[in-house]
Design a protein around this ligand. Structure first.
Ligand code: HEM
Length: 433
């Protein structure tokens, strides 16, 4: 594995990223329990309390949880800019984000204003601490690196998403009159196509060739794609906000949204093409997760171009399908796949840094066995298909989808904690080579 571009000696303690990685599947399980408890009730409309709770258990509890842990790890290693007081920052952010996400989901589900207010305070604090720490480090980072640029755009997009989320939440908690549909559109685009998408692309440019042994992405793409997507998001936002004012503005917003879809479709197509030219043809679990992620991205872009979820006739089922493709099909698949590279790699690197003793340094395949990751892959794929199916046939598929989602996350959690237990066991007995 080519890790020459990484400065591993600057890596934070393993507990820093792992506390986020091991918590994320627990939120996936919680989302599944909510879906089980609500049955078809969660699928009535995307604005239902259940849909909003599950959306945030996944976007904040799973996606943001892993992405924040990964950034704490990557900022020193990839960008050469460690986060100041990383142990304290990670502890505080982890607790605030976990409690804040639970309170937000609880606030949506119960409709209790004090719970919602508590959630907003906890989440505001979590993101002030995290974005402040990450921004401090990104300002010092090596400016030229493509991945650093992706991280900068992504963290900026997170700040925008959080501000809009807090505003939307305050509207509910303090009964402010807000333009909810427009604000929600901005919030979800900045969240999914800014924060999540730009980090995946920026990091993917570096880690796909490295971890999946593919040729590099085309230079023209690594140099310009994240910037173009970010600028397009910037231009799209006022157009979307004022879309109701004139046909011209409305059409400009639609054109810019199509360009965003094009940018993501190009990334997905390039990734799939590179994966076909892998140097090692050995089956690889991360490659399989990324294929699902890229296929979902392409499908989401096609739905977007068809304008289906924007038209008045757009059914609830289509809206749900787009959300499921973007959040679960793209975001969760890619991140789940990456966890199977990052966690064994971290365990291995940290064990190697602690030599002396009787235990044997495991190889990567022993840290999370392929068979176990493979079972989880099939559970994840089933969950994706069943969730997408439940969007159309909730009576038939709402419960199977919830069970598949819960099982996949339970298995993921077992696989990741298994890796950590192996690490702790070997460390306790010491390592020999
Ligand atoms: C401080 C953090 C956040 C808060 C307080 C928050 C709050 C909200 C609120 C209140 C709504 C519903 C608007 C309404 O119906 O009135 C909403 C919608 C949404 N949020 Fe967030 N949000 C946060 C972070 C995020 C993040 C990071 C993402 C994505 C990565 C995200 C994705 C979404 C999506 C996709 C919807 C739309 C759901 C739908 O249309 O069905 N949110 N958010």
């Amino acid at each position: 594995m080519a890790t020459a571009a990484l400065s591993l000696e600057q890596a934070p303690p393993i507990s820093v990223p792992l506390r986020f990685f091991l918590t994320a599947p627990l939120f996936g399980i919680t989302a599944a329990l909510v879906l089980l408890a609500l049955g078809t009730g969660a699928w009535t409309t995307r604005w239902s309390a259940g849909a909003l709770a599950v959306t945030h258990l996944m976007t904040l509890g799973f996606l943001a949880m892993v992405m924040i842990g990964a950034l704490m790890q990557m900022l020193p290693v990839v960008a050469g800019a460690p986060v100041a007081r990383v142990r304290a920052v990670s502890r505080v952010v982890h607790v605030l984000l976990s409690l804040g996400t639970l309170a937000l989901a609880g606030g949506f589900l119960s409709g209790k204003v004090p719970v919602l207010r508590l959630a907003l305070v906890l989440l505001a604090l979590a993101f002030i601490v995290f974005i402040g720490a990450a921004a401090g480090s990104l300002v010092r980072a090596r400016a030229a690196a493509v991945t650093v640029r992706g991280m900068r755009y992504s963290v900026t997009a997170l700040a925008v998403t959080v501000c809009m989320g807090l505003l939307l939440g305050s509207g509910l908690a303090w009964h402010w009159p807000l333009a909810v549909p427009e604000l929600t559109a901005l919030h979800l685009f900045w969240g999914l196509l800014g924060w999540v998408g730009l980090l995946v692309i920026g990091v993917g440019f570096q880690v796909v060739p490295m971890f999946q042994t593919t040729p590099p992405y085309p230079r023209i793409m690594t140099s310009h794609l994240t910037r173009l997507i970010f600028v397009t998001l910037l231009l799209w936002s006022p157009a979307k906000w004022f879309a109701g004012h004139s046909l011209l503005v409305h059409d400009s917003a639609a054109t810019l949204a199509s360009l965003l879809g094009l940018g993501y479709a190009l990334f997905a197509a390039a990734t799939l093409a590179l994966q076909r030219r892998r140097r090692r043809e050995m089956p690889d679990i991360t490659v399989r997760f990324w294929r699902i992620g890229m296929a979902s991205l392409l499908a989401g872009a096609v739905l977007g171009w068809a304008g289906l979820w924007e038209s008045k006739a757009a059914s609830t089922s289509l809206e749900f399908t787009w959300g499921i493709l973007a959040i679960f099909g793209f975001g969760v698949s890619v991140i789940n796949g990456m966890l199977y590279k990052i966690v064994p790699f971290l365990v291995w690197v940290h064990l190697q840094a602690n030599p002396g003793g009787r235990g044997k340094l495991p190889n990567m395949k022993e840290i999370v066995p392929d068979r176990r990751a493979g079972i989880q892959f099939w559970l994840h794929l089933s969950a994706l298909l069943l969730l997408a199916g439940a969007a159309w046939m909730p009576r038939l598929l709402a419960y199977p989808a919830a069970v598949a989602l819960g099982s996949s996350n339970l298995f993921l959690w077992a696989n990741l904690t298994g890796a950590y237990r192996l690490y702790a066991r070997i460390l306790a007995s010491g390592i020999s080579r």
